[in-house]
Design a protein around this ligand. Structure first.
Ligand code: UT7
Length: 329
């Protein structure tokens, strides 16, 4: 990975976000279930989350984020020839939400498909798009993470309904020439993992084939927490080992936003300065596949993440699935 020679690199040329207008505070949740702001803040770091309006669907959130990413890139929808959309809350069982976004944007060419890796979905999606671009099969990809988890929550279960929110984030990836070295702009390395033995710790208890229903999210939070810190630190170290870089070389970590304690625990395990970790969980909650691109979009828009910065994306979710992606912006 650090030897010379022309290679194709997938460059992040634009990033965008969309959050539904409605904000739900911890105090509002305390009116629904037996919880309080003090518990939610202390145990998760979450203070508020956005909730999609009636009739506002994952494809709507995804389309808005995609438009913002295209605007940031200075590109037209017609420049895109691949859409990879990560979601666990699609509009319909089929067709893929990605094809609905494609139609909304007026794109008539290329491929569009969904990826299902729950909270790791965006890492899976960006790694997939990167491989299509590196193979020369497509030139410009929209990679989107979009969710309406509010639709699959059991609003009577205080152990889960306080954790999640709705939203969407998107990046535009463009194939460009690189040297193959770590100084290249674009995705330098990505690493994906799954271990299906842990399905029962985080799952939805419905689906077309098993129950013919949509179902609700179920989670054994404490166990997921334990695995998350270990798996995420391993995925980050894997990306660093593959490139011969050290934690101190990273300008930013953009982690999956599930719980502030997981984010801080992972940073500590890695020996990374918490000031270099992007945190949005306090105002977004856990938006599953949308959380990493939402955090990336926020830190790029406010100027924290600058062109040339080395940024590590990481996430872990149901399955279990987890992974990391190292990108020079
Ligand atoms: O995005 C995919 C990956 N997901 C995650 O990474 C989530 C990982 N897990 C977590 O973030 C944490 O485990 C939670 C935030 C879900 C829970 O925090 P915890 O510190 O692990 O709490 P706990 O589950 O051990 O529960 C502690 C206590 C329990 O009461 P008892 O049994 O000690 O009497 C719960 O019933 O807190 C109680 N509790 C609550 N109390 C007030 C659980 N939920 C609530 C609540 N409000 N909303």
């Amino acid at each position: 990975m650090s030897t010379g020679g022309g290679v194709i690199r997938s460059r992040v040329v634009g990033c965008g976000a969309y959050l539904p207008e409605r904000v739900m505070t911890n105090a509002e949740l305390a009116d629904l279930v037996n919880t309080d702001d003090a518990w939610i803040t202390a145990r998760t770091g979450i203070r508020q989350r956005h909730i999609a309006a009636e009739g506002e669907c994952t494809s709507d959130l995804a389309t808005a984020a995609a438009k913002n990413a295209l605007a940031a890139a200075g590109l037209e929808a017609g420049d895109i020839d691949l859409i990879v959309l990560a979601t666990a809350t699609p509009d319909f069982t089929f067709p893929a939400t990605a094809t609905m976004v494609q139609a909304n944007l007026g794109i008539r060419r290329g491929a569009a498909f969904d990826i299902q890796a729950v909270c790791s979905g965006f890492i899976y999606a960006i790694a997939t798009a990167d491989n299509f671009l590196k193979a020369g099969q497509h030139k410009r990809a929209l990679v989107i993470g979009a969710e309406t988890f509010s639709r699959i929550l059991d609003w009577e279960d205080r152990t889960t309904c306080v954790l999640f929110g709705d939203g969407a984030g998107a990046v535009v990836l463009e194939a460009g020439e690189g040297t193959g070295g770590n100084g290249d702009r674009g995705i330098l390395t990505s690493h994906l993992h799954a271990d299906g033995r842990y399905r029962d710790l985080l799952y939805v208890d419905g689906g077309p084939s098993r129950t013919k229903t949509v179902g609700h999210l179920r989670m054994t939070g404490r166990e997921v927490f334990r695995h998350a810190v270990v798996n995420l630190a391993e995925a980050v170290n894997e990306a660093l080992a593959a490139t011969g870089l050290a934690p101190t070389d990273l300008d930013w970590i953009v982690p999956h936003q599930a719980n502030l304690r997981i984010i801080e625990g992972t940073a500590k395990k890695l020996g990374v300065d918490p000031a270099r970790v992007v945190v949005t969980v306090d105002h977004h909650g856990n938006t599953s596949a949308a959380s990493v691109p939402l955090a990336l979009a926020e830190a790029m828009a406010d100027g924290r993440i600058q062109p040339g910065h080395l940024v590590l994306l990481e996430a872990m979710g149901g399955g279990f699935t987890w992974g990391s992606c190292l990108v020079r912006i």
